[in-house]
Design a protein around this ligand. Structure first.
Ligand code: COA
Length: 165
């Protein structure tokens, strides 16, 4: 299996995700960053917007591409004969990741999930945290690339303190 699929909501992609992508790109010949649906989340960016935002950041790799998918992850990886790669930030991630890995395996026996430990530097970051800090005018420059910061500003602005809400 020389294809690795890195799935996630990526709403938006953060430096933590990008660090994982960088590391996967050194381990696998082909990497697909898969903008997927988590039915328990309501994203602020459309799937196509997220795809474009990620593409801009991964254009330097010639073995990484970005796709969107609205379906079961196992159906996607079955079709590509790929492994799933995920990042683990903390013990709290383990329970849900464990559950998802087992559920995927139950649905498709060849579904293998590999985990990379998130770099300590990014262990505190999540997409929701980035959106919240941005909303209240906080500094997110160490958490996301400049282009993502701009996209967030264009999408939701920095309304919190400015409007007094
Ligand atoms: N650095 C920084 N943040 C990270 C990170 C890293 N290395 N790894 C994960 N995160 C953050 C994400 O930004 C996300 O933050 P948020 O909750 O604030 O949005 C959080 O950790 C959870 O990430 P993840 O576990 O990847 O969840 P997700 O919602 O991004 O993606 C899917 C989940 C889309 C992969 C999953 O729902 C899926 O496979 N969907 C397809 C449908 C399907 O097959 N469902 C059955 C699954 S068993």
């Amino acid at each position: 299996m020389n294809v690795a699929v890195y799935p996630g909501s990526f709403d938006p992609i953060t430096n933590g995700h990008l660090d994982i992508i960088d590391r996967i790109s050194k381990l696998y010949e082909n990497v697909i960053v898969l903008v997927s649906i988590n039915s328990s989340k309501t994203p602020i960016f459309t799937a196509d917007e997220r795809k474009k935002m990620i593409e801009l950041e991964v254009s330097k790799y010639n073995n990484v591409k970005v796709e969107t998918f609205n379906g079961l992850l196992v159906d996607y990886i079955r079709n590509k004969d790929a492994v799933i790669v995920k990042g683990l930030r903390a013990l709290s991630d383990f329970e849900i990741e464990f559950q998802m890995a087992l559920a995927n395996k139950k649905l498709y026996d060849n579904a293998e999930t590999l985990f990379l430990m998130t770099n300590m530097q990014y262990a505190h970051i999540s997409s929701s945290l980035v959106k919240e800090i941005n909303r209240y005018g906080g500094d997110i420059s160490s958490m996301v690339p400049k282009s993502i910061e701009e996209s967030l500003k264009n999408k939701i602005g920095r309304s919190g303190y400015a409007n007094g809400c």
